[in-house]
Design a protein around this ligand. Sequence first.
Ligand code: C2E
Ligand code: MG
Ligand code: MG
Ligand code: MG
Length: 284
Amino acid sequence: QAKAAGRNIFRFFDEAMHAQLVERRHLLALLRGALERDELRLHYQPQIDLHTGTVIGAEALIRWQHPELGMVSPARFIPIAEESGLIVPIGTWVMREACRQAKAWQDAGLPHFVVAVNLSAVQFRRPDFCQTVANTLADTGLPPGCLELELTESLLINDADGVLETVRQLKALGLQLSIDDFGTGYSSLAYLKRFDVDKLKIDQSFVRDMDRDADSAALVLAIVQMAHSLGLKTIAEGVEHDHLAAVLRGLNCDEAQGYHFARPMPAADIEGWLRSAVATRMGR
Ligand code: C2E
Ligand code: MG
Ligand code: MG
Ligand code: MG
């Protein structure tokens, strides 16, 4: 009987894995034409300077609106795009669209608005990646200092030599680099010494629990102090309540983003939001 149960468990896993495979293959087939069919959009989530309460920029977050599937979350389709290599054309489109939009905002009177773009390791490891970034900046006319690229810890740790050279070239272009989801990847901090990054994005898992859990608050404080002593800035992700913003300000965290300030929104909604945000001095 135990054997039969074991077989059933295996069959169960088999079927679940098969279903997952079929669903991934289906998504991949639909994703292949998504760019051409104009189904991809960028939403933007404002980032706030915690000390002055002003808006300093926005993170571009990709959205896939499929006519039948509806809105597909990036958590679902980015891994598929990475595995298939589709992330390369998609990522190039994201960067170009984000830079174009940021330039348009600057031309409309937002002089120092920085746009942050998420990068996949697959894009980053392409030999022509830096050239793509340089071309994008040149074509859109966005000042390099107004583009921030979000890297991940795992990207910096694998294949450190090629990565080191790429990071050097990106910094030479004059753009900003941040580390996304900081604290959730490998615990080695050695790479902070090797790589010339500008900002740590403190992962939302630490931020969310801060007011209930002393350990999370201690970690956030430690990250902020370490960052500052290395000359880096910090931004807290996932700030959902005003008391979290107050605690972060007390811990001397520089910047924040999260539902408390604004949800990610279409570019067209940003200007209206900015007007109301400036009027109410967001975050103070
Ligand atoms: P991420 O870069 O860490 O982005 C933060 C995620 O947290 C976003 O989810 C954002 O909508 C969400 N978020 C923001 N504020 C709050 C908050 O207060 N509470 C909570 N619970 N969540 C908040 P989203 O847009 O679903 O993106 C998920 C992930 O997908 C991103 O995590 C990023 O890793 C990836 N991603 C998004 N756009 C791109 C892209 O253009 N390229 C690549 N390679 N990855 C992307
Ligand atoms: Mg990000
Ligand atoms: Mg993050
Ligand atoms: Mg992430």
